[in-house]
Design a protein around this ligand. Structure first.
Ligand code: PGA
Length: 249
Protein backbone atom coordinates (compact mmCIF):
# COMPACT_ATOMS: atom_id res chain seq x y z
CA UNK A 1 0.00 0.00 0.00
CA UNK A 2 1.18 3.52 -0.74
CA UNK A 3 2.01 5.92 2.06
CA UNK A 4 -0.84 8.14 3.14
CA UNK A 5 0.47 11.58 3.89
CA UNK A 6 -0.96 14.78 5.30
CA UNK A 7 1.54 17.64 5.22
CA UNK A 8 0.91 21.11 6.64
CA UNK A 9 2.56 23.99 4.80
CA UNK A 10 2.64 26.83 7.31
CA UNK A 11 4.04 29.27 4.74
CA UNK A 12 5.27 32.55 6.34
CA UNK A 13 3.25 32.06 9.53
CA UNK A 14 3.99 31.18 13.16
CA UNK A 15 6.85 32.81 15.05
CA UNK A 16 8.61 31.18 18.02
CA UNK A 17 5.76 31.51 20.52
CA UNK A 18 3.04 30.67 18.03
CA UNK A 19 4.95 27.57 16.93
CA UNK A 20 5.24 26.36 20.51
CA UNK A 21 1.52 26.88 21.05
CA UNK A 22 0.39 25.19 17.85
CA UNK A 23 2.70 22.20 18.35
CA UNK A 24 1.51 21.79 21.93
CA UNK A 25 -2.04 21.68 20.61
CA UNK A 26 -1.14 19.22 17.84
CA UNK A 27 0.49 16.91 20.37
CA UNK A 28 -2.69 16.78 22.41
CA UNK A 29 -4.45 14.84 19.60
CA UNK A 30 -3.92 11.12 19.05
CA UNK A 31 -1.97 10.46 15.85
CA UNK A 32 -3.64 8.21 13.28
CA UNK A 33 -1.52 5.07 13.00
CA UNK A 34 -1.61 4.70 9.23
CA UNK A 35 -1.02 8.31 8.13
CA UNK A 36 2.30 10.11 7.94
CA UNK A 37 1.90 13.58 9.32
CA UNK A 38 4.34 16.33 8.35
CA UNK A 39 4.56 20.03 9.07
CA UNK A 40 6.59 22.63 7.20
CA UNK A 41 7.39 25.68 9.34
CA UNK A 42 9.63 28.60 8.34
CA UNK A 43 13.40 28.09 8.42
CA UNK A 44 13.72 29.87 11.77
CA UNK A 45 11.25 27.49 13.39
CA UNK A 46 12.62 24.21 11.99
CA UNK A 47 15.03 23.35 14.79
CA UNK A 48 12.49 24.34 17.44
CA UNK A 49 9.85 22.15 15.77
CA UNK A 50 12.18 19.14 15.45
CA UNK A 51 12.92 19.41 19.17
CA UNK A 52 9.29 19.87 20.21
CA UNK A 53 8.10 16.94 18.09
CA UNK A 54 10.75 14.45 19.23
CA UNK A 55 8.24 12.42 21.22
CA UNK A 56 5.89 12.08 18.20
CA UNK A 57 5.89 10.56 14.71
CA UNK A 58 5.24 13.94 13.11
CA UNK A 59 8.10 14.91 10.81
CA UNK A 60 9.38 18.38 10.06
CA UNK A 61 9.81 19.51 6.47
CA UNK A 62 11.48 22.61 4.98
CA UNK A 63 9.45 24.86 2.68
CA UNK A 64 12.38 25.57 0.41
CA UNK A 65 16.13 25.12 -0.01
CA UNK A 66 19.10 26.74 -1.77
CA UNK A 67 20.38 25.51 -5.13
CA UNK A 68 23.86 24.39 -4.11
CA UNK A 69 25.46 22.26 -1.41
CA UNK A 70 27.20 25.37 -0.02
CA UNK A 71 28.82 28.62 -1.15
CA UNK A 72 28.17 32.26 -1.94
CA UNK A 73 24.36 32.33 -1.96
CA UNK A 74 23.37 35.12 0.42
CA UNK A 75 20.11 34.43 2.18
CA UNK A 76 19.89 30.77 1.24
CA UNK A 77 19.83 27.61 3.34
CA UNK A 78 21.75 24.52 2.26
CA UNK A 79 20.55 20.91 2.27
CA UNK A 80 23.33 20.06 4.71
CA UNK A 81 22.07 22.69 7.15
CA UNK A 82 18.61 21.12 6.99
CA UNK A 83 19.91 17.59 7.50
CA UNK A 84 22.09 18.76 10.36
CA UNK A 85 19.05 19.71 12.43
CA UNK A 86 17.04 16.60 11.60
CA UNK A 87 15.04 17.82 8.60
CA UNK A 88 14.97 15.13 5.92
CA UNK A 89 12.35 16.40 3.48
CA UNK A 90 11.97 19.62 1.52
CA UNK A 91 9.11 21.16 -0.49
CA UNK A 92 10.24 22.19 -3.97
CA UNK A 93 8.24 24.03 -6.61
CA UNK A 94 5.38 25.45 -4.57
CA UNK A 95 3.34 27.77 -6.78
CA UNK A 96 4.22 30.73 -4.56
CA UNK A 97 7.92 30.05 -5.25
CA UNK A 98 7.15 29.78 -8.95
CA UNK A 99 4.94 32.89 -9.13
CA UNK A 100 6.40 35.35 -6.64
CA UNK A 101 10.04 34.28 -6.75
CA UNK A 102 10.11 33.31 -10.42
CA UNK A 103 11.47 29.81 -9.89
CA UNK A 104 11.00 28.07 -13.23
CA UNK A 105 10.98 24.39 -14.16
CA UNK A 106 14.70 24.27 -15.01
CA UNK A 107 15.70 25.99 -11.78
CA UNK A 108 13.44 23.64 -9.81
CA UNK A 109 14.91 20.61 -11.56
CA UNK A 110 18.34 21.73 -10.35
CA UNK A 111 16.99 21.99 -6.82
CA UNK A 112 15.51 18.51 -6.96
CA UNK A 113 18.89 17.17 -8.08
CA UNK A 114 20.75 18.90 -5.24
CA UNK A 115 18.17 17.75 -2.70
CA UNK A 116 18.39 14.14 -3.81
CA UNK A 117 22.19 14.18 -3.97
CA UNK A 118 22.07 15.45 -0.40
CA UNK A 119 19.82 12.55 0.57
CA UNK A 120 16.73 14.67 1.19
CA UNK A 121 13.25 13.57 0.21
CA UNK A 122 11.31 16.00 -1.95
CA UNK A 123 7.68 17.06 -1.99
CA UNK A 124 7.47 18.33 -5.56
CA UNK A 125 4.58 20.74 -6.22
CA UNK A 126 3.11 21.55 -9.60
CA UNK A 127 -0.27 22.40 -11.11
CA UNK A 128 -2.01 24.55 -13.66
CA UNK A 129 -3.26 28.13 -13.38
CA UNK A 130 -6.89 29.10 -13.85
CA UNK A 131 -6.35 30.28 -17.43
CA UNK A 132 -4.80 26.91 -18.32
CA UNK A 133 -7.84 25.10 -16.98
CA UNK A 134 -10.24 27.44 -18.77
CA UNK A 135 -8.38 26.85 -22.03
CA UNK A 136 -8.33 23.10 -21.26
CA UNK A 137 -4.54 23.06 -21.33
CA UNK A 138 -4.24 21.71 -17.80
CA UNK A 139 -3.12 18.20 -18.75
CA UNK A 140 -0.47 19.53 -21.09
CA UNK A 141 0.85 22.01 -18.50
CA UNK A 142 1.11 19.33 -15.82
CA UNK A 143 2.74 16.87 -18.23
CA UNK A 144 5.40 19.45 -19.09
CA UNK A 145 6.07 20.31 -15.44
CA UNK A 146 6.55 16.62 -14.68
CA UNK A 147 8.66 15.94 -17.74
CA UNK A 148 11.24 18.62 -16.98
CA UNK A 149 11.48 17.69 -13.30
CA UNK A 150 11.25 13.91 -13.30
CA UNK A 151 12.07 12.37 -16.65
CA UNK A 152 15.80 12.10 -15.99
CA UNK A 153 15.60 10.72 -12.48
CA UNK A 154 16.84 7.20 -11.85
CA UNK A 155 14.53 4.43 -10.61
CA UNK A 156 16.13 4.78 -7.21
CA UNK A 157 15.67 8.54 -7.01
CA UNK A 158 12.04 8.72 -8.13
CA UNK A 159 11.28 6.79 -4.95
CA UNK A 160 12.50 9.84 -2.99
CA UNK A 161 9.77 12.02 -4.48
CA UNK A 162 6.31 12.76 -3.14
CA UNK A 163 4.18 14.51 -5.75
CA UNK A 164 1.78 17.30 -4.82
CA UNK A 165 -0.74 18.32 -7.47
CA UNK A 166 -1.87 21.81 -6.56
CA UNK A 167 -4.05 23.62 -9.08
CA UNK A 168 -3.05 27.25 -8.57
CA UNK A 169 -6.68 28.42 -8.79
CA UNK A 170 -7.49 26.35 -5.69
CA UNK A 171 -4.63 27.53 -3.47
CA UNK A 172 -5.75 29.85 -0.69
CA UNK A 173 -8.89 30.73 -2.65
CA UNK A 174 -11.42 28.58 -0.82
CA UNK A 175 -12.14 26.95 -4.14
CA UNK A 176 -11.29 23.25 -4.32
CA UNK A 177 -10.96 20.92 -7.22
CA UNK A 178 -13.83 18.46 -7.00
CA UNK A 179 -12.91 14.95 -5.93
CA UNK A 180 -13.55 13.85 -9.52
CA UNK A 181 -11.28 16.56 -10.93
CA UNK A 182 -8.54 15.59 -8.47
CA UNK A 183 -8.88 11.88 -9.31
CA UNK A 184 -8.88 12.58 -13.04
CA UNK A 185 -5.60 14.49 -12.77
CA UNK A 186 -3.98 12.14 -10.26
CA UNK A 187 -4.65 9.12 -12.43
CA UNK A 188 -3.22 11.04 -15.42
CA UNK A 189 -0.11 11.81 -13.32
CA UNK A 190 0.27 8.18 -12.28
CA UNK A 191 0.11 7.12 -15.93
CA UNK A 192 2.86 9.59 -16.76
CA UNK A 193 5.05 8.18 -13.98
CA UNK A 194 4.33 4.71 -15.28
CA UNK A 195 5.40 5.71 -18.79
CA UNK A 196 8.67 7.24 -17.52
CA UNK A 197 9.48 4.33 -15.21
CA UNK A 198 7.04 1.44 -14.93
CA UNK A 199 3.72 0.59 -13.32
CA UNK A 200 5.38 -0.80 -10.19
CA UNK A 201 7.10 2.54 -9.56
CA UNK A 202 3.95 4.48 -10.41
CA UNK A 203 2.07 2.39 -7.91
CA UNK A 204 4.41 3.41 -5.13
CA UNK A 205 4.78 7.16 -5.65
CA UNK A 206 2.42 9.09 -3.36
CA UNK A 207 0.42 11.84 -5.07
CA UNK A 208 -1.01 14.47 -2.73
CA UNK A 209 -3.69 16.98 -3.58
CA UNK A 210 -3.34 20.58 -2.42
CA UNK A 211 -5.65 23.58 -2.67
CA UNK A 212 -8.17 24.63 -0.03
CA UNK A 213 -8.39 21.22 1.63
CA UNK A 214 -10.52 21.54 4.78
CA UNK A 215 -12.07 19.14 7.28
CA UNK A 216 -15.34 19.49 5.34
CA UNK A 217 -13.96 18.28 1.99
CA UNK A 218 -10.94 16.13 2.91
CA UNK A 219 -12.84 12.84 3.25
CA UNK A 220 -14.34 13.06 -0.20
CA UNK A 221 -11.06 14.02 -1.86
CA UNK A 222 -8.99 11.41 0.02
CA UNK A 223 -11.48 8.68 -0.86
CA UNK A 224 -10.35 8.78 -4.49
CA UNK A 225 -8.11 5.87 -5.42
CA UNK A 226 -5.18 7.92 -6.72
CA UNK A 227 -5.26 10.60 -4.03
CA UNK A 228 -2.81 9.62 -1.31
CA UNK A 229 -3.30 12.59 0.98
CA UNK A 230 -2.97 16.34 0.99
CA UNK A 231 -0.69 19.32 1.22
CA UNK A 232 -2.58 21.67 3.49
CA UNK A 233 -2.00 25.43 3.74
CA UNK A 234 -4.53 27.55 5.64
CA UNK A 235 -6.17 24.69 7.52
CA UNK A 236 -2.81 23.49 8.87
CA UNK A 237 -2.59 26.61 11.04
CA UNK A 238 -5.38 25.28 13.23
CA UNK A 239 -4.56 22.11 15.19
CA UNK A 240 -8.11 20.78 15.32
CA UNK A 241 -8.72 21.30 11.59
CA UNK A 242 -5.35 19.82 10.66
CA UNK A 243 -5.80 16.71 12.80
CA UNK A 244 -9.35 16.31 11.49
CA UNK A 245 -7.94 16.31 7.98
CA UNK A 246 -5.29 13.78 8.99
CA UNK A 247 -8.12 11.54 10.20
CA UNK A 248 -10.11 11.84 6.99
CA UNK A 249 -9.01 8.67 5.21
P1 PGA B 1 -4.31 26.16 0.94
O1 PGA B 1 -2.77 26.06 0.47
O2 PGA B 1 -4.64 24.87 1.62
O3 PGA B 1 -4.34 27.34 1.89
O4 PGA B 1 -5.11 26.37 -0.28
C1 PGA B 1 -2.26 24.87 -0.05
C2 PGA B 1 -0.81 25.07 -0.40
O5 PGA B 1 -0.42 26.19 -0.75
O6 PGA B 1 -0.02 24.11 -0.35
Amino acid sequence: MRDRIVAGNWKMNNDFNETEKLLDQLKSYPEPSDVKIMIAPSFTQLYQSVQLLKSTNISVVAQNMGIAPSGAYTGEVSPKMLKGIGVNTVIIGHSERRDIFKEDDNFLTKKIKIAIESDLKVIFCFGEKLEDRVLKNHFEIVANQLKVALLNLSYKNIMKIILAYEPVWAIGTGETASAAQAQEMHSYIRNIISSYFDSKVADKVPILYGGSVKPSNAKEIFSESDVDGGLIGGASLNAEDFMNIANSF
